[in-house]
Design a protein around this ligand. Structure first.
Ligand code: ADP
Ligand code: MG
Length: 540
């Protein structure tokens, strides 16, 4: 691992920008360097929230004495050498920028010894320049960063208190630790041991480390996921519905072991859970996504938190499908078993269902009477026998997709249907001018209304094709943003209130036809084995 300065044609291809915003960013960069150096032991010592001191020592491969001055130069790295490497990154670092950035805003000392070097060398960098001197150290590297932003007082002003900055550091260390279970990690603050994580050799999901970081409650209330498809794999733990949170802070996702905060992945998680948790709440999960390195571009953002997937749609859909079917299969069917045993509506009517179900299994084919093949479980879920196999179907998600496809295939204007009783609705006064301007556009989506007073409208029609539309819900979801690119398609679908208990025979037919035309094992439909199916009915 020798260090070279990248030629300008490669350096220019690297996502530019500031990586060091605060002490926690220094810690993140140094930890990534230790991991790239194949360290198995890392100790972190922090002084005064990192504002005074950050010292990270590892037992990695070390840096050769001649390379020490190079390490702090801009675009100097041992991790890539040619342009092509940028499209196939297997290391955490590749920009050759971190140490240079740190050296420009703090005093830095690097002491390092590779295996083949007799003794360690120490590079000291400060405002006077650098100096190299012999030092005592085992194989590995220690990097000490002092007085962060000593030469940038304005930036220092934007930092939080000692406690606040340390919390951010602790969070970085915790997140990092779950990407490197084989590395033992210790964290000290002002001389006090805060975190001591031993290297774990067993399955991460069972390790003490996850328990220490996510808590025992998470382990007890989560289900394991381990799925793969077409070279992509996903494993980890999915928190169940008891663990809902008011923010997204406990959704940790790693892509090829890199901790990321990626919008596409966050969206996939939200979508997967949308029928399981309350709107506005966030699930807890710890997920590891592995994907061929040439299918993901990490050179998008200087801090490497964001990614660009070559086939984003495939990754997104794989995640949604894997998570949803897991949630339906394990978590939800348990819930269903529980709810069904308590639900009065099932008493009496379903006594003969287990045997009936088995008969259905034997005799069923798609042309059989629909009623014989449907078991509505609650407002959202049904078991449907398709081609002799039982499927647990999320009817809410299925109907949403069904109506979305209909809307996409229908050209505007949508046919409207008069409401028997027009709906009187008070609009947000800030939005009133937009209602006036866009009255005709609403009409295009089958929604006709009149102004009947200050901030009040009377809705007279809704689109024919959306029988379950809750028009008030739709109007309550309107924001200024909606009016900037007026398209109500997804809002319409999000405002459907579908209750499986009230489904008509025609609707069943339409959904069944739709289901059989689409891939059966999808986001809203999962095949069950006999035991799972029987367990759903066992309490009925
Ligand atoms: P990058 O990690 O993007 O290559 P950095 O500025 O973080 O850039 O580090 C520059 C180089 O210094 C690395 O490529 C690596 O060769 C060397 N280096 C940094 N930290 C360590 C370490 N802890 N152990 C061994 N080598 C290191
Ligand atoms: Mg680095």
């Amino acid at each position: 691992m020798r260090i070279y300065q990248l030629p300008s044609h490669i350096a220019n291809q690297i996502a530019a920008g500031e990586v060091i915003e605060r002490p926690a960013s220094v810690v993140k960069e140094l930890l990534e360097n230790s991991l790239d150096a194949k360290a198995t032991k890392i100790s972190i010592e922090i002084g005064f929230g990192g504002l005074n001191q950050i010292k990270i020592s590892d037992n990695g491969v070390g840096i050769f004495a001649e390379d020490l001055p190079l390490a702090i130069l801009a675009h100097a790295t041992s991790k890539i050498t040619e342009l092509q490497d940028l499209y196939n990154i297997t290391s955490m670092g590749f920009r050759g920028e971190a140490l240079a950035s740190i050296a420009s805003i703090a005093r830095i000392t690097i002491t390092s010894r590779p295996q083949s070097q007799k003794h360690a060398m120490k590079l000291t960098v400060n405002e006077l320049g650098h100096s190299l001197s012999p030092a005592a150290r085992n194989v590995g590297t220690t990097i000490e960063v002092e007085d962060i932003f000593f030469n940038a007082p304005v930036r220092k002003k934007f930092l939080k208190t000692e406690r606040g900055e340390f919390q951010l550091i602790e969070d970085v260390v915790k997140r990092f630790s779950l990407s490197a279970p084989m590395v033992s990690i210790s964290l000290m603050h002002n001389g006090k041991l805060v975190l001591n994580l031993l290297a774990s050799e067993c399955d991460l999901s069972e390790s003490l480390r996850v328990k220490k970081i996510f808590g025992t409650k998470f382990i007890e209330n989560s289900i394991k996921i381990d799925e793969q498809k077409a070279g992509i794999s996903l494993f980890g733990l999915l928190g169940d519905t008891k663990l809902q949170r008011s923010q997204r802070d406990k959704q940790w996702i790693y892509v090829n072991n890199r901790m990321v905060k990626d919008k596409l992945l966050a969206h996939a998680i939200t979508q997967s859970y949308q029928d399981f948790i309350q709107p506005g709440r966030f699930p807890v999960c710890l997920l590891y996504l592995n994907i061929p390195t040439n299918d993901v571009d990490v050179n998008v953002h200087p801090t490497k938190h964001e990614l660009r997937f070559q086939h984003g749609r495939i990754v997104h859909d794989f995640l949604v499908s894997a998570i949803t079917s897991k949630l339906i299969r394990d978590d939800f069917s348990e819930n269903i078993e529980h709810t069904l045993s308590e639900e009065r509506g099932f008493e009496g009517t379903c006594e003969d269902k287990p045997s009936y179900y088995i008969n259905s299994l034997k005799n069923a084919n798609l042309t059989a009477s629909i009623q014989d093949e449907w078991f509505i479980l609650n407002a959202s879920f049904a078991v449907i026998v398709l081609k002799s196999a039982p499927y647990l179907v999320n009817l809410v998600a299925l109907s949403r997709q069904y109506y979305l496809d209909i809307l996409k295939a229908t050209s505007l204007p949508l046919l409207s249907r008069p409401l028997l009783v027009p709906v009187n609705y008070e609009i947000n006064s800030k939005l009133e001018p937009f209602f006036l301007t866009f009255q005709q556009e609403f009409g295009n989506f089958g929604i006709q209304f009149d102004f009947i007073g200050e901030n009040r409208i009377l809705i007279r029609t809704i689109p024919v094709c959306l029988p379950f539309l809750d028009i008030k819900l739709l109007l309550s979801k309107l924001t200024l943003k909606v009016f900037t690119a007026f398209n109500l398609t997804s809002l319409l679908v999000d405002s459907l209130v579908f209750d499986a208990n009230n489904i008509t025979k025609d609707e069943q037919l339409a959904l069944l036809e739709y289901l059989s035309k689409n891939e059966l094992s999808s986001n809203f439909c999962v095949q069950m084995d006999d035991s799972r199916c029987l367990s759903i009915f066992k309490n009925v």
